[in-house]
Ligand binder design. Structure first.
Ligand SMILES: [Ca+2]
Length: 319
């Protein structure tokens, strides 16, 4: 919920809230997962908690995007607003444009997307105590990433990470995550990774793809990426265009503290503070790890999809 809107009367606000609830309650029958189930010949295709196709602006408020998943978590198109919903020469409809603005200035104008709630976002409650999670979407690198670090004086200093999409932890300042798909420097080398944190304020684990990141995400090429997180076994996996990406867990030991009782191990019993897409700090207080990218069909599931389900989602969304 955003801050008070000047001039908006209480009845009008109540009506707006009611409309939102109605939209949430009566999810459309053509929701993505339902179509997937139809195409797969029935069966229980997983329905995402949150899903964004960037074809569904909030009526009257096009700087926000409706959730096509089951949670009704409305996304903010931060700084870019409706302008960041753009047409693409390779994918139908519209996609999300994210990018750095003013590389030399420590400001708050980068185009990104997300949602942030300082007390947690209740609609993301499916990830409260979740045993598993999947983050999935389509990504196209459109310029020279990583971007110059606008938070330091050195013009040659670049960010050590490129933000794609993820779910914030329950105590996040807008950067720390529970489950994230991104690129980050691992032992001096940029890598495509899944990065997860089971316990709020605890240590993170990183699963890094072996292949060179420029082979996984060539310039100006649409790629489907997925990351799965199993908080009970302490393991993650990555997929590119529906197929598993060979890789390895980077942190030795037990950073998620899954050894020993109690079982099973689940994520912290807190609602995530939000979602971040194309950079950190969705509340727009700071810049961090921007992505000069296009993105589409971003999905967040509260379980680890199987390899067959990942392939099915890839085929369904490849446009
Ligand atoms: Ca789209």
């Amino acid at each position: 919920m955003r801050a008070d809107t000047p001039g908006r009367s209480r009845p009008a606000l109540a009506l707006a809230l009611t409309t939102t609830l109605l939209v949430t309650a009566f999810a459309p029958a053509d929701a993505p997962a339902d179509r997937a189930a139809d195409r797969a010949g029935g069966g229980a295709a997983p329905r995402p908690v949150a899903a964004y196709d960037f074809e569904h602006p909030v009526p009257g408020d096009p700087a926000r995007e409706r959730d096509r998943g089951r949670s009704g978590t409305t996304l903010e198109l931060v700084n870019g607003g409706a302008q960041s919903r753009v047409r693409d020469d390779e994918r139908p409809g519209r996609v999300l444009r994210t990018r750095q603005v003013s590389p030399g200035t420590a400001g708050s104008d980068d185009w990104k997307a997300g949602v942030y709630g300082p007390q947690g976002v209740p609609t993301l409650g499916a990830f409260n105590g979740a045993r598993e999670t999947t983050v999935m979407g389509w990504f196209r690198m459109t310029a020279d990433n990583p971007a110059p670090n606008s938070n330091t004086a050195d013009p040659n200093d670049r960010y050590n990470a490129i933000g794609l999409a993820g779910i914030l932890s329950g105590t996040s300042q807008g950067h720390d995550v529970r489950a994230l798909l991104e690129l980050i420097t691992v032992n001096g080398e940029m890598k495509v990774v899944a990065l997860g944190r089971r316990v709020d304020n605890g240590s993170s684990q990183t699963f890094a793809a072996d292949a060179d990141w420029r082979e996984i995400l060539p310039p100006d090429t649409w790629v489907s990426l997925a990351a799965t997180f199993d908080f009970d076994t302490g393991t993650m996996a990555l997929y590119r265009d529906g197929r598993p990406l060979p890789g390895r867990h980077v942190v030795a030991g037990d950073p998620w503290a899954v050894e020993g009782a109690p079982e099973p191990d689940v994520a912290s019993p807190t609602d995530p503070r939000g979602i971040k897409i194309g950079g950190s700090y969705p509340q727009n207080t700071q810049e961090g790890n921007p992505c000069d990218c296009r993105m589409d069909d971003l999905m967040f599931f509260d379980r680890a999809l199987t390899p067959a389900e990942i392939m099915s989602q890839y085929r369904r969304t490849r446009g």
